[in-house]
Design a protein around this ligand. Structure first.
Ligand SMILES: Nc1ncnc2c1ncn2[C@@H]1O[C@H](COP(=O)(O)OP(=O)(O)OP(=O)(O)O)[C@@H](O)[C@H]1O
Ligand SMILES: [Mg+2]
Length: 337
């Protein structure tokens, strides 16, 4: 077992033990006091310090997500639409037949992690700090090919443990393209249409896969639209979805290679992130300044964004790094202004 993994695994066990251990103690103390009001107060204090798997801590805010996607996510009209529809539909369904599985694809710095953070923020009161939000990073948690069998069983135990603790858990699998082929198949039963597996229902969980694979196909489509003089907003999900799922399935380096997750249709939505343009980078820069509590400075942002690298070489339309590195570059330019 890798150290990082051990820490995460240990943390979950500790947090679930804590929750279980702490609950009866609070109840005993409060029952001893004998007053309903005191019981409510005790519960309040307990919830204040410790997150629990209930509507006080897990309360999906559909309007909040819509506003965040519209105001904070730039240049991703397909993502905004698909993610809002997928998450809202799933959360409204009192009896989903399977967990929600999204696969986010696109080049670096286009907003994949950012979108998963926005979802967590509008689902859990503690956002990404929630004990029910879990993130795996392929290179950090599953680095050794020789350990794949260990990783498979750890992953299964871990997911089962966390969903037993809270059915409305959210799992992010980052760097899917760097994940060893076959590993992800070990969680297939949990993503499927089973009512229960060994007494545990996985149907309320959300699984989100992030990867760069398929990014080239997305760029190709975006470039075709640009060359044809069409508006970027005219690109639709259907222009990208099929090409994306086929390319990911057939790409040996995608982590999804020939996975049964795809041929069994267990991924509900493939979400394509478009490459970002100059104007989106400006929006990112202005938003970053506002987030840092700084007075928006368009001249400075423009300077930073102009110095970023764009492709294809001749047209220079799309940012090579998306909005990534803008915040650190802003710091640098401010220091040296
Ligand atoms: N479309 C976007 N709209 C607004 N901000 C964005 C967008 N894309 C990226 N950003 C900003 O850039 C930062 C880095 O983006 P993010 O980590 O989401 O990229 P990514 O798609 O996960 O990239 P990678 O493939 O390299 O992991 C975000 O925290 C956010 O501040
Ligand atoms: Mg990322």
């Amino acid at each position: 077992m890798r150290p990082t993994y051990k820490i995460i695994f240990g943390y979950i066990l500790i947090s679930s033990v804590l929750v279980k251990a702490f609950e009866p103690i609070t109840t005993t103390i409060v029952a001893g006091a004998g007053a309903a009001a005191a019981a409510a107060a005790g519960r309040k204090i307990y919830n204040y310090f410790y997150e629990s798997c209930d509507s006080k801590w897990i309360d999906f805010n559909s309007t909040g997500l819509e506003v965040d996607l519209n105001r904070k996510l730039f240049g991703q009209h397909i993502v905004s639409r698909v993610v809002l529809k997928a998450i809202t539909g799933f959360m409204k369904n009192k009896n989903p037949k399977k967990p929600l599985v999204l696969s986010l694809h696109g080049g670096t710095g286009t907003g994949k992690n950012f979108v998963s953070q926005l979802i967590a923020k509008n689902l859990y009161k503690k956002g990404t700090d929630s004990g029910f939000f879990h993130q795996f990073v392929a290179t950090a948690h599953f680095p050794h090919q020789s350990q794949i069998e260990n990783y498979k069983s750890q992953l299964q135990h871990w997911i089962k443990g966390n969903i037993t603790n809270c059915p409305q858990s959210m799992f992010i699998f980052d760097e899917m393209d760097k994940m060893q082929p076959g590993l992800i198949d070990s969680i297939k039963p949990y993503l499927d249409y089973y009512e229960k597996l060994d007494g545990v229902s996985y149907r309320q969980a959300i699984f989100i896969f992030l990867s760069n694979s398929g990014g080239e196909n997305i760029v190709e489509v975006a470039l075709d639209f640009w060359k044809a003089g069409k508006d970027r907003e005219e690109i639709e999900l259907k222009d990208l979805e099929m090409a994306l799922s086929l390319s990911v399935f057939n790409n040996k380096n995608s982590g999804f290679w020939h996975t049964s997750l795809i041929d069994k249709n267990l991924v509900d939505f493939f979400v394509p992130f478009l490459p970002l343009e100059y104007k989106h980078l400006v929006q990112c820069g202005m938003a970053e300044m506002a987030a840092q509590g700084l007075k928006p400075n368009h001249t400075l942002v423009d300077q930073v964004v102009r110095d970023m690298t764009y492709f294809p070489k001749s047209e220079k339309i799309f940012s090579v790094k998306g909005c990534k590195t803008i915040s650190s570059k802003l710091d640098f330019y401010r220091e040296h202004a």
